[in-house]
Design a protein around this ligand. Structure first.
Ligand code: H79
Length: 574
């Protein structure tokens, strides 16, 4: 009984120890939080097969057969300096490379195994060469290390197809191998960061995790590690994989956490010549901006070829990002998350000191960039790339900045607002003049944080919610604004039923206390063009009183129905 009690206190202590280290206030994470952008490198024996780093598992290869890949690994084109200068050119501030992936092969000179790069035709420590090259470029170096190991005879559980008897394994041997290798990596290469993975098979218990963490910290007190060492540790940062969270990540008390999205450029981490759909340079730049605007980092992956060369699709994209960052880096590195819950234009925002950076993704059609009101006095507004001052005025509770007509950066055009002190958002609603048409669209509307994946996206030159399904019946898009005079409007709802089957789709329009139910009709089978040409549903003669308004669009869809939403237009009636 007493023993249990002591154990419980111990677990609480361990938990608070790890939780403490996951909050954004912690100073040793400063370099990491400021860096914003890192490059991930997946390179191993699997690169020779060229069908993802999971190929041993996909092809159900026995450990002994897979081992023969070590006999042919010979990266004669490997040039650590060229890799490091590519990382530098991308604008990334840190780089993490695989030392041992799930396959169990050590890409470095290890005392603890012969299954390593030293026992290939190449016989050179590629990790060491890279660590030195990165140091020269002043890029922080981190090491990926897999907890799961498909090669080590003592690792458990075995893969379902593995012929080796599980009874022959002694997991304790593997655990000391694991700890030895992690210690060895830190001793030999002094990484700033350890990136663990493959922890979900619950290899370590809480005491063993604690022990590994202590060992790492005693060797290098400032070392950072991610949240995948074991389920007993949050580590120093969270790691959403191939997905960008809708908002920044916070702890139970609402404090921002440190987090990093790891993401592939195509569909594979390891080299895969058949994975031929790549995110574009623009996608990648905008993904970085999106993540940074939410307070996170991007760790962008490349998988080099087995000969050590890097495919041009990756090289081009990394150079493209670096080119954009070389001009616009001030709006990314060392910034804080956006102060705006949403923006009335398609883009993102970050802040630093007394500056607000606005990353405009799509040029506003009237040339005016509307920004929510601030509490502070504005000192100036300008374009980041050329520091050209921009005219702006305060009108209808908006900051309205005139953008230059030409020279728009299609990746993301960065505008800066400088304020007299730390910028804060004003607690006012935008005023919409009733003499003009009021357009409520996906840019000036907001979707709740709990949104079940409801999301607006750019489709050609417009923002749309393209896939609104019954899963998102409980959520909505809403607009809050003020009018100063009573006015009658005719309303046009530009939304459409996406499919030719499944019947009419029900929507609700809430205008303050008033609720209108309507239908988006099912299309004819051959009229697919209608999906993109909205004649709209009209509701005539609606009176808006002067004052504050809250307008919501919601749906009540059946299982297979899906709608596309574009905008709601309020036309004043004389
Ligand atoms: O190293 C990269 C991935 O190999 C690794 N994490 C990144 C950084 C990773 N390994 N596993 N996972 C991520 C999640 C597990 C996914 C699985 Fe599957 C689903 C394992 C088996 C089914 C994906 C699909 C991998 C194999 C098939």
């Amino acid at each position: 009984m007493k023993k249990k009690y002591v154990g419980a206190i111990f677990i609480i202590l361990i938990n608070s120890f790890f939780c403490y280290n996951s909050s954004a206030q912690n100073d040793k994470t400063t370099w990491f939080r400021d860096a914003k952008f890192g490059i991930f490198i997946h390179w191993g024996l699997y690169s020779q097969i060229g069908y993802t780093e999971w190929c041993q598992n996909h092809f159900e290869m026995q450990a002994d057969d897979y081992t023969s890949l070590a006999k042919t690994f010979n990266p004669i084109k490997y040039d650590a300096n060229a890799w490091a200068s590519l990382v530098k050119a991308s604008g990334a501030k840190y780089c993490i490379i695989t030392s041992k992936h799930h396959e169990g092969f050590s890409m470095y000179d290890t005392r603890y195994s012969d299954y390593s790069i030293m026992h290939t035709p190449y016989k050179k420590d590629v990790l060491r060469m890279f660590a030195i090259a990165l140091k020269k470029e002043k890029i922080n170096f981190g090491i990926y290390y897999s907890v799961m190991d498909w090669h080590h005879p003592d690792y458990l559980p075995r893969r379902y197809f593995d012929n080796r008897a599980a009874s022959a394994a002694n997991i304790a041997n593997y655990k000391s191998f694991f700890k030895n290798q992690v210690g060895e990596l830190i001793d030999k290469y002094q990484p700033k960061l350890m990136w663990f993975d493959g922890e979900w098979e619950n290899t370590h218990d809480s005491l063993e995790t604690f022990d590994v963490v202590n060992m790492m910290r005693s060797k290098q007190p400032d070392i950072l590690f991610n949240n995948r060492l074991s389920r007993f540790s949050h580590g120093d940062f969270r790691t959403p994989e191939n997905t960008v969270p809708a908002t920044g990540l916070k702890d139970e008390r609402g404090r921002p956490l440190v987090w990093e999205v790891c993401h592939t450029i195509n569909d594979s981490w390891g080299y895969d010549p058949f994975s031929n759909e790549f995110l574009s340079e623009r996608d990648l730049i905008r993904m970085l901006i999106d993540i940074v605007s939410k307070g996170g980092n991007l760790l962008l992956n490349i998988g080099p070829r087995p000969d050590g060369s890097i495919q041009t699709e990756f090289v081009e994209r990394l150079n493209g990002m670096g080119k954009w960052l070389s001009k616009n880096g001030e709006s990314i590195y060392g910034t804080d998350a956006s102060i705006f819950p949403n923006l009335p234009f398609y883009g993102r925002s970050t802040t630093k000191g007394n500056k607000i950076f606005l990353h405009v993704f799509m040029q506003p059609k009237n040339g005016i960039l509307s920004v929510p009101m601030l509490k502070n006095k504005i000192v100036k507004a300008y374009t980041l790339v050329d520091l050209k001052p921009l005219d702006y005025k305060i009108e209808n509770n908006h900051i309205q900045i005139s953008l230059p007509k030409n020279s728009f950066d299609v990746n993301a055009h960065v505008i800066v607002i400088e304020t007299s002190e730390k910028p804060e958002i004003a607690n006012v609603l935008p005023i919409y003049p009733v003499e003009n048409t009021i357009e409520l669209n996906c840019e000036n509307g907001s979707i709740p944080i709990e949104n079940k994946g409801l999301e607006a996206e750019q489709y050609f030159d417009k923002m749309r919610i393209r896939k609104w399904t019954s899963k998102q019946n409980e959520t909505w898009i809403e607009w809050k604004f003020e009018t100063t005079k009573e006015q009658i409007f005719n309303i046009q709802i530009n939304a459409a039923n996406a499919f030719e089957r499944f019947g009419n789709a029900v929507f609700y329009l809430e205008i303050d206390e008033w609720l209108k139910e309507g239908q988006l009709i099912q299309r004819e089978p051959w009229s697919f063009a209608n999906k993109y040409v909205y004649e709209g549903v009209t509701i005539n003669k609606i009176t808006l009183k002067a004052g504050k308004h809250n307008i919501r669009f919601k749906v009540n869809l059946k299982a297979e129905q899906q709608i596309i939403f574009e905008r709601i237009v309020f036309k004043p009636v004389n």
